[in-house]
Each structure stands twice: as C-alpha cells, then as structure tokens.
Ligand binder design. Structure first.
Ligand code: 4AZ
Length: 283
C-alpha cells in the first residue's frame, strides 16, 4: 500500500543493511539508495507481539491519514493522541511535510473500517521547532489543531520525568504477520533506561528528548511501521493512563538489542502548553 508508506521514515539504512535482518520501514520519499536496501524477505520481526484493542480501551487513540478518497484504513499512515477536544499530539516526522488540508484524523473507534469512525479535518499544524536537533529524530513531536472538536476522552500528558517500569503502546501499525490490521493492537513494553538505549544507538540517542522501551534481550514486542505518532502510555497512581511518549523510531521492529524509541513527552510539556494556549484551546 503506497499510501500506507507515504510518511514512514527510513530508519538507519546503513546499519539495517549491515545487520541483514532489520531492513524495514522505508519512506515513499526515501532516497533511491535506501530503496535498494529494502529487503522484505529479510524481515524477521514485525504493534508486534501484541493483541487486539477493545473498543474504548484507548479512547484518545486516533489514526492520522491522508485526506481524500479511500477508507480510513487505506489512508492511515500514523497514529496520534487526543490531548484536548481540538488538539492531537503526534510525531513530527509524520506531518513535517504536510499542509493541514492534506490530513485527516480518524477517531472514535479501534476499527478503522467500522461504522463509528469519525473523520475530522486539520486546521493547523505545529511541528516542534527543535525537531531533529541535536540528532536525527530528536524532539519528534507535532500538534494538530482539529477543524472541529472530537467527542473522545483526551489523555493527560505525563508532566514529570518519573521512570515507569512498563508502558503500553497501541496503533494500527504492522503486525508480526506483516499486515496492517483494521483493528488497533496494543502491547506492553518494559522501560529501557537511557544508558542501555544509548548503548543500542550510540550516536543517535538523545537522552533529553527520547525514552526507550522494549524487551532488550529477547525482542518480540514493539511498535512498528504505521504506529509512529501514537501513544506510549503509563499507569498513573489513580489508575488512569498518562501519555509518556510518542512512537518515533528504532532499527526495524522488535529486534533483540534494538528497543523502540519514543519522544519523551514530559520534556515538551511546557512548549506544548504554550502552543495549545496560542490556539485558544485548553488541556
Ligand atoms: C514507524 O516507522 C516506526 N520499532 C515506528 C516504530 C518503530 C519503527 C518504525 C520502532 O512508524
């Protein structure tokens, strides 16, 4: 599906080729050289290792898609989280080259082909000003102002840098069957600390803006292509879930030694609040 791949970013082409087993996740906009390294047959692991989400399990989870013809499932290329009735938080790399009118937000159901999906337009996009500084994918976050409010429960942002032991992530990204599911899937992923994550990704890990999660030793569980922009959630003390991260990047998916990398929401909270307030919205 070309549309499904439109915004997916090519990740670590050189390393992927060297490892021989992690070639995956190419952008339609990737360079020709990168394309040559894309060997689907080498694809080993592919939300990976998870299960179907129940209706209502993550009311704030939305799909991000291209506006135009086709079903939500055909158009969906990233995830996002509703943080206020008119505001969605997603990954910068999902929307950096889009105009608001190119985008559609699919909310209200885990089933992208179901009758309850609501499609909403986007009125404005704010890409983090320091996106890709100091490293590629650093500060990978963006906000969408919706054309109309959506009637779903927003998720609260995790405002302090508490270290959680484990998270959940969810989305309509590639499964271990190498398919894009119509029903959102979710998986629990253990926290991986900055030291270990920096060892996995020596020159690319930016501790200030990234948080990592996965099964470092065994792999098998991860976000994957198409999940980008979606939520990394942690349980708050009151039993609710808070948004701790945004699905961002990694070498391949669910590979041992290569945890998923997420944008660290707590770092961006003050700036997010400013942008949201500037739009006349409230968290
Ligand atoms: C993606 O391109 C993507 N395994 C998301 C997560 C990961 C890799 C790629 C991490 O949407």
């Amino acid at each position: 599906m070309d549309t499904k791949r439109k915004h997916l970013i090519r990740l670590g082409a050189g390393v992927a080729a060297g490892l021989g087993a992690v070639a995956l996740v190419w952008a339609g906009t990737a360079s020709a050289g990168a394309e040559e390294n894309s060997t689907q047959s080498d694809f080993e692991a592919q939300v990976i290792g998870g299960q179907e989400a129940e209706e209502g399990q993550y009311p704030w989870l939305v799909g991000l898609g291209s506006a135009g013809s086709g079903t939500p499932w055909e158009n969906q290329f990233c995830g996002g989280s509703v943080i206020a009735p008119t505001v969605v938080l997603t990954a910068a790399h999902c929307v950096e080259s889009d105009a608001p009118e190119d985008l559609a937000v699919f909310s209200g159901s885990v089933d992208l082909e179901g009758p309850d999906i609501v499609t909403t337009g986007v009125a404005d996009i704010h890409v983090a000003e320091d996106y890709e500084s100091p490293t590629q994918f650093a500060n990978d976050w963006a906000l969408l102002l919706l054309a109309e409010p959506v009637d779903v429960e927003p998720i609260a942002l995790n405002a302090d840098l508490t270290e959680f032991d484990a998270f959940e992530t969810a989305g309509w990204g590639l499964t271990e069957e190498n398919e894009y599911p119509t029903l959102a899937r979710w998986v629990e992923v253990p926290f991986v600390d900055d030291t270990q994550c920096a060892e996995a990704y020596p020159d690319e890990h930016d501790a200030a803006s990234m948080v990592c999660a996965g099964d470092l030793a065994s792999g098998g569980i991860d976000a994957c292509s198409g999940d980008s922009g979606g939520p990394l959630m942690a349980g708050a003390e009151d039993g609710s879930q808070v948004l701790a991260g945004i699905v961002s990047w990694g070498y391949g998916c669910a590979e041992p030694g290569y945890p998923g990398v997420y944008s660290e929401v707590a770092t961006f909270v003050p700036t997010i609040e400013e942008v949201v307030a500037g739009w006349g919205a409230e968290l």
